[in-house]
Design a protein around this ligand. Structure first.
Ligand code: TRP
Ligand code: ZN
Length: 466
């Protein structure tokens, strides 16, 4: 919490503190408090603001790959979730030129990663309001605690930009309520020099080129966490086609085309196969963005259209596609539940490999279990990553997948796949917690699974086989 009070609140809306603090120096306390700085995530305490829900973002951006400059306007349609005199958005770097609320300029301040906005008139819980932020500058990615970089990342030369924001990089390119507990629909419009393509989430509504510039308007109708938004820019080779009723849009850097094409051709088959395991594909669009910069070192499951640093292999395609159910449609409420994303997406790889001549999941479990107690695999319990540096460590992926295989062996295939499908269906477009997953697994299987989860998710070090 910052101590800043929003003095824009009128005197009439002022309460005096009760008790011995009525001295002349006592600050005026506006009716309605400021939203919390941070929604209270233990790993990213500053992320988000619990005082508002953003229903919709309309981002209108211009990017100049040569100058690496981003300029734009973000219009946030928000609802106060408590009485509010102001709120904090996340925004890292970039200059803010103006902020309006319902069309009226309001006071604002910058403090660290926060854009602190004062409401001219406090609003009561449940009120809808529209915030518009004019901003621009050169976006810089953040360096995460594990050394990876996160956010709007300009590629060498004037190639374009890789845009992926997990866990906190969304704020490097737009002002946002940046914690995944808040999900919103999006319209993202990006103008780039002719010859470049700007690729974002959902469906491409319009595209036009005039006076040497191209504008791409994207629309994401399903709720999306800010970290899953992208607006990656490159000189892509674009393919658009229908897979049944699903529009597929792939954008591939020509330097990766030879390696990427065969794998991306499998995308419709991977989606169909995953639907048979997890239930209906949750979104109204699909695709891929393939950049040419393996220094970045990762892919991200940006909603409907994952972004890859280079041509993906089949495992990576299967992994990012599985995240559309686990992570994107069903989203964590706190980062420590990340195994619900990474363990599930890794387990999808195991199943794909098993279905295509590779090792059975039971054997992979055994191979991994054979690793010595000193191995990184046992460095933290996946149900409780202690800090940001370990959020995306091996246990979140591999031991998370091992947990699912243990669960499958404990409850049998029918219950196991029932659990996966019900998880995806019950929490579709919303959130899920580890506790809710454990409860669902127990309910569907009719078994006491507490010892299994205690061992695989929460015990420190290499678990003793039950
Ligand atoms: N969630 C990504 C995956 O497993 C990996 C990842 C972790 C990431 N942190 C990131 C990607 C930051 C982009 C930015 O596929
Ligand atoms: Zn992943």
């Amino acid at each position: 919490m910052t101590n800043r009070l929003f003095l824009a609140a009128t005197a009439a809306a002022t309460l005096l503190a009760v008790g011995g603090s009525l001295g002349a120096a006592a600050p005026a306390v506006p009716v309605g408090t400021k939203g919390t700085a941070g929604v209270g995530d233990p790993l990213l305490p500053l992320s988000g603001d619990g005082g508002l829900h953003v229903r919709h973002y309309a981002l209108t951006l211009k990017y100049q790959p040569k100058a690496r400059r981003l300029d734009g306007t973000a219009v946030l349609s928000a609802t106060a979730t408590q009485d509010l005199s102001g709120f904090d958005l996340d925004l890292s770097g970039l200059d803010v030129h103006q902020v309006t609320v319902d069309g009226m300029p309001v006071s604002y301040d910058r403090s660290g990663q926060k854009l602190e906005v004062g409401l001219g008139h406090p609003v009561s819980s449940g009120t809808d309001f529209e915030v518009a932020v004019d901003y621009g500058g050169t976006p810089h990615p953040l360096t995460d605690a594990d050394g990876s970089s996160d956010g709007w990342t300009a590629l060498p030369g004037s190639q374009g930009a890789f845009v992926a924001g997990e866990p906190q990089g969304a704020m490097t390119w737009f002002p946002c309520n940046g914690h995944p507990v808040d999900k919103s629909t999006y319209d993202i419009t990006v103008t780039v020099p002719q010859g470049y393509t700007a690729v974002s989430n959902g469906v491409l509504r319009t595209q036009h080129t005039a006076a040497g510039r191209s504008t791409f308007s994207w629309h994401e109708t399903a709720p999306m966490a800010a970290y899953l938004a992208t607006a990656s820019v490159g000189r892509f080779d674009v393919r658009q086609y229908w897979s049944g009723r699903l529009p597929v849009y792939t954008a591939v850097d020509p330097a990766e085309k030879a390696d990427a094409d065969d794998v991306l051709d499998q995308l419709p088959a991977v989606i169909k196969w995953e639907q048979s395991l997890f239930g209906p594909y949750p979104f109204d669009a699909a695709g891929a963005i393939v950049m040419h910069d393996k220094d970045i070192g990762y892919a991200l499951e940006t909603q409907t259209r994952p972004v890859y640093d280079e041509a993906p292999d089949m495992d990576t395609l299967v992994h990012e596609t599985a995240h559309q159910w686990f992570g994107d449609s069903v989203t964590v409420t706190r980062w420590q539940d990340i195994w619900l994303n990474e363990g599930f997406a890794t387990y999808a790889e195991w199943m794909w490999d098993a279905a295509h001549g590779g090792a059975a999941p039971h054997d992979r479990l055994a191979q991994l279990y054979a690793k010595p107690a000193t191995d990184e695999l046992w460095s933290y319990p996946p149900g409780h990553p202690a800090d940001l540096a370990h959020l995306f460590g091996v246990p979140s992926y591999a031991r998370g997948a091992m947990t699912l295989q243990e669960l499958r062996e404990a409850v049998g295939d029918q219950a196991f796949f029932g659990i996966l499908k019900q998880w995806a269906a019950t929490h579709k477009y919303g959130h899920g917690t580890t506790a809710e997953f454990e409860a669902l697994a127990a309910r569907v299987s009719g078994k006491n699974l507490d010892p299994l989860f205690a061992t695989w998710l929460y015990s420190t070090g290499k678990p003793t086989k039950m």
